[in-house]
Design a protein around this ligand. Structure first.
Ligand code: SDX
Length: 428
C-alpha cells in the first residue's frame, strides 16, 4: 500500500496519494483534489508544483547535483561529446559507436538550410537580435517541411529532430553573418558539429578556416553543460506548448523565446554586459555588489541565484575552471574574468547572498568564454539555445510518450469584479 497524505479542508479530511521518485523525492498527487473538495492549489511561479514525472534529468538543488539519465554532469563534461549527450538525452541511453556514427552523420547531412531562408534573413534589420531571428526561422522551418509535422508519427518526429539539431546552428550563424554584413557560409560535411558551427560563424569565403581545437572543445563542453535542466522556464514552455499537439518546430520556436528572457537564458548576455559596465565605469566589485543588494536599485548580480540550486550550480564550477583553461591556452587575458572572480568572492562572503543562498549559476562564467572566442554578447543566448535544444526535444518526446498525456491547462483564482452590468456610454 503506497504512502498517503491527509488534507483537512473545511470539515472534510481527504487522503491524497504520495508519489515517490527514484531519488526519494516526494509529491502529493492532487489530480483528484478539485473533484473531492472543490478546492484547487495556488503556487505562483510553480516553486512547489511538479508538472510531470520525468526520467531525463535529476537535480538536487541542496547538494548541487546534476545528472543526465543518471550520469553525473562532471563525468559527461570530462568524457563525452555534445552529440553523444544529445543522443543520451533524447533516446535514453549512451549510443553505441554505430549509433553515434549514424546519428552524427545524419545531423551533419541536414545542416544546410533552404536557399529561400536567405530572403528571410534579408528582410530582417541588421541589428535584429539573434534570438528573434532564431525563433522566427525555427518556426518557419515548419513551412519548408509540411511532410514531417505530425507529433505522433515516429518517422516525422525522427526527421524533425535531426533537422532541428542540424539546422539551429546554421540559422544562428546566419543571424550573426547577417548582422555583420558578411556572406553566409555553406556547411562543410567533413567538419564535425561544433567545428562546422565555428566555421559558419567565423569563416569567410576568402580564406580557409580551420577550427581552433581549444575553442572547439570549449564550445562542445559548454553545449554539454547547457543540454538539459529538468523543468526550467523554457522546458516548461516546451511541454505546455507541445501539449497542444503543435509540431516540434513551432514548439521549439516558443522555447527559444522563453529562453531569451533576462531572468533565464538571457542572463548570460546580461552578465557580460554587467562585467563590461563595471570595467568601463571603473566601479569596484564591492560597489556593484552593494548596488545589487539595494532594493530600489534595479541592478541585480546577474548570473547569481537560482530557483532550484541553493548551493553551487555544478555547471558554474566546471565553466569557471574551463574559463581559466581556455584563456591560458589561447593566451588571452580577460579583465572581465578578473571582475567576475572578484564579484563571486565578495558575494559568497556577504550575508545578503549567504542568507538567500545565492550562488553563481550556469550563466555567470559562460559569457567570459564566449567573449574570449570572439562571440558578440547578443549571440550568447543563441549559443545557450543550441546547447539546450536536445533537452527541449527529449522532454517533448517524453511528454508525447506519457500515458497521462493531456493538454496543459492550469486553473486560476479569480479576483476581478463580481457580476456587473453593461453601461451605455451615457451611463458611465
Ligand atoms: C537560468 O530554472 C533553471 O534551471 C534555469 C537555468 C537552466 O539551465 O535552464 O539554470 C538557466 O535561467 C539560470 C538563472 C539565470 N538568471 C539570472 O542569473 C538572473 C539573476 N538571478 C535572479 O533574477 C534569480 O535568482 C532567479 C530568476 C534566477 C531565481 O529567481 P527566484 O527563484 O524567483 O528568486 P527571487 O527572485 O524570488 O529571489 C529571492 C531573493 C529576493 O530577495 P528578497 O525579496 O528575499 O529580499 O533573492 C534576491 C531577490 O531580490 N535575489 C537577488 C538575485 N537573485 C535573487 N538579488 C541580487 N542579485 C541576484 N542575482
Amino acid at each position: 500500500m503506497g504512502e498517503n497524505a491527509e488534507l483537512r479542508v473545511g470539515d472534510q479530511v481527504v487522503e491524497l496519494p504520495v508519489v515517490v521518485g527514484s531519488e526519494g523525492e516526494r509529491a502529493i498527487d492532487i489530480s483528484k483534489l478539485r473533484s473531492q473538495t472543490g478546492y484547487i492549489t495556488l503556487d505562483p511561479g510553480f516553486a512547489n508544483t511538479g508538472s510531470c514525472k520525468s526520467s531525463i534529468t535529476f537535480i538536487d538543488g541542496e547538494k548541487g547535483i546534476l545528472r543526465y539519465r543518471g550520469i553525473p554532469i562532471e563525468e559527461l563534461a570530462e568524457k563525452s561529446s555534445f552529440l553523444e549527450v544529445a543522443y543520451l538525452l533524447i533516446y535514453g541511453r549512451l549510443p553505441t559507436a554505430e549509433d553515434l556514427e549514424s546519428f552524427s552523420g545524419s545531423v551533419i547531412h541536414h545542416t544546410m538550410i533552404h536557399e529561400d531562408f536567405k530572403k528571410f534573413f534579408a528582410a530582417l534589420p541588421k541589428d535584429a537580435h539573434p534570438m528573434a531571428a532564431c525563433s522566427a526561422t525555427v518556426g518557419a522551418i515548419a513551412t519548408f517541411y509540411p511532410d514531417s509535422l505530425d507529433p505522433r508519427d515516429e518517422r516525422h518526429v525522427e526527421v524533425s529532430i535531426h533537422r532541428l539539431i542540424a539546422k539551429l546552428p546554421t540559422l544562428a550563424a546566419y543571424a550573426y553573418k547577417h548582422s555583420i554584413g558578411q556572406p553566409f557560409m555553406y556547411p562543410q560535411n567533413k567538419l564535425d558539429y561544433v567545428g562546422n558551427f565555428l566555421r559558419l560563424m567565423f569563416g569567410n569565403p576568402c580564406e580557409e578556416y580551420e577550427p581552433d581545437p581549444v575553442i572547439r572543445r570549449a564550445l562542445d563542453l559548454l553545449f554539454i553543460l547547457h543540454a538539459d535542466h529538468e523543468q526550467n522556464c523554457s522546458t516548461s514552455t516546451t511541454r505546455l506548448v507541445g501539449s497542444s499537439m503543435v509540431n516540434l518546430f513551432g514548439t521549439i520556436s516558443a522555447a527559444i523565446n522563453a529562453l531569451w528572457g533576462p531572468l533565464h537564458g538571457g542572463a548570460n548576455q546580461e552578465v557580460i554586459d554587467m562585467l563590461a559596465a563595471i570595467r568601463d565605469e571603473g566601479m569596484t566589485g564591492r560597489q556593484f555588489v552593494e548596488r545589487a543588494k539595494t532594493k530600489d536599485d534595479t541592478s541585480r548580480l546577474m548570473g547569481f541565484g537560482h530557483r532550484v540550486y541553493k548551493n553551487f550550480d555544478p555547471r558554474a564550477r566546471i565553466i569557471k575552471k574551463a574559463c581559466f583553461d581556455v584563456l591560458n591556452k589561447l593566451g588571452v587575458h580577460s579583465k572581465l574574468l578578473e571582475i567576475a572572480v572578484e564579484l563571486e568572492e565578495i558575494a559568497l562572503k556577504d550575508d545578503y547572498f549567504v542568507e538567500r543562498k545565492l550562488y553563481p549559476n550556469v550563466d555567470f562564467y559562460s559569457g567570459v568564454i564566449y567573449n574570449a572566442i570572439g562571440t558578440p554578447s547578443n549571440m550568447f543566448t543563441a549559443l545557450f539555445a543550441i546547447g539546450r535544444l536536445p533537452g527541449w526535444i527529449a522532454q517533448w518526446v517524453e511528454l508525447h510518450g506519457d500515458p497521462d498525456f493531456r493538454i496543459g491547462r492550469p486553473r486560476q483564482i479569480y479576483t476581478g469584479p463580481t457580476k456587473a452590468s453593461y453601461q451605455t456610454v451615457g451611463e458611465r
